[in-house]
Design a protein around this ligand. Structure first.
Ligand code: GRG
Length: 292
């Protein structure tokens, strides 16, 4: 199967599982469940579930169904997007090519839909896995979503916005946590459901860190160079808010160079795995040249 067909097959599996595992909109209170589905089913790239499903396939250990874990990580990712778009944070009107949750519903509903998605992610893990690999999945996802990683990265990002002189070290902390946390967790969770050993999990983590940094640097480049229609979200926001980004610190050429370096490191990490890594190699290369 070629790369695009395989990618789309993973997306289709993830979308089907999402539809099946999310609570129906008729669940009381309907408005809340409608808002949860509205944001989740708005057609994101599904990068994190795809990473999770593809990592799960690399190993020959004891297999567990990776799909509930894929849905769980997409729930956490979507919650973070809903909250990030709120007026108290980025105050954005457009997400995944549609009005943001607080524009479509209202601020309180959007806040609660985000809260509910975060909680539901852990309910899914508890419902669909036994102690092994369930505890390890919960540990991985709670660590990645917590105050030292996703939320910590978001906090430092907000703090850096108010300072014109944010440093390269702060920028790295923000990206390693706000962006790479959900990417390395997706890969490690995939490894856990696929039966990876400790060494293999460590390799997936390193790979995820490098892929996450590449992804974010490209995101900064796209914010500076692409239009909102192509991105499905507001373009040019970083410069407008005078945000510290890779482009601001290193210029467009410097940012492109860093993105290539992290791509090389990600590819190097993959050589430590003995399974068939062709799909992940292509995914990294695609990430570097993505247009949205
Ligand atoms: C509110 C706790 C909290 C965290 C918010 C996700 C986030 C952290 C902020 C959004 C802004 C941003 C640039 C985050 C970096 C990660 C990123 C590029 C997210 C967007 O991921 P995509 O492009 O989105 O995979 P889709 O919609 O395709 O899933």
């Amino acid at each position: 199967m070629d790369f695009t067909t395989q990618f789309n097959a993973f997306v289709a599996q993830a979308d089907q599982a999402l539809d099946k595992l999310l609570l129906p909109v008729s669940t009381r209170p309907a408005r809340l469940h409608e808002a949860m589905r509205y944001s989740l089913q708005a057609g994101g790239k599904r990068l994190r579930p795809v990473l999770l499903l593809s990592a799960a396939e690399l190993f020959r250990g004891k297999k567990h169904d990776p799909l509930p874990a894929g849905v769980a990580i997409e729930c956490v990712h979507t919650y973070s997007l809903i909250h990030d778009d709120l007026p108290c944070m980025d105050n954005d009107d457009l997400r995944r090519g549609r009005p943001t949750a607080h524009k479509q519903f209202d601020e309180a509903t959007a806040l609660l839909a985000g809260d509910a998605l975060l909680t539901y992610a852990f309910e899914l893990l508890a419902q669909h896995y036994s102690a092994e690999p369930g505890f390890a999945l919960v540990r991985e996802l709670s660590d990645a979503a917590g105050s030292r990683r996703l939320i910590g990265g978001q906090m430092e990002d907000l703090l850096a916005e108010k300072k014109a002189d944010a440093t390269a070290d702060q920028l790295e902390f923000i990206h390693l946590n706000k962006t790479a946390a959900m990417i390395d967790a997706a890969l490690v969770m995939g490894g856990l459901t696929g039966g990876a050993n400790e060494t293999e999990l460590a390799t997936l983590r390193t790979f995820g860190r490098e892929l996450g940094l590449t992804f974010q640097i490209v995101d900064d480049i796209l914010d500076a160079t692409a239009d909102s229609a192509t991105l499905g979200k507001t373009a040019g926001k970083d410069a407008k808010a005078d945000k510290t980004t890779f482009v601001k610190l290193h210029g467009l050429d410097g940012a492109r160079r860093y993105a290539r370096e992290h791509t090389e490191s990600a590819l190097a990490a993959l050589t430590n795995l003995s399974g068939d890594t062709a799909f992940l190699r292509r995914l990294v290369e695609t990430m570097l040249v993505r247009k949205h």
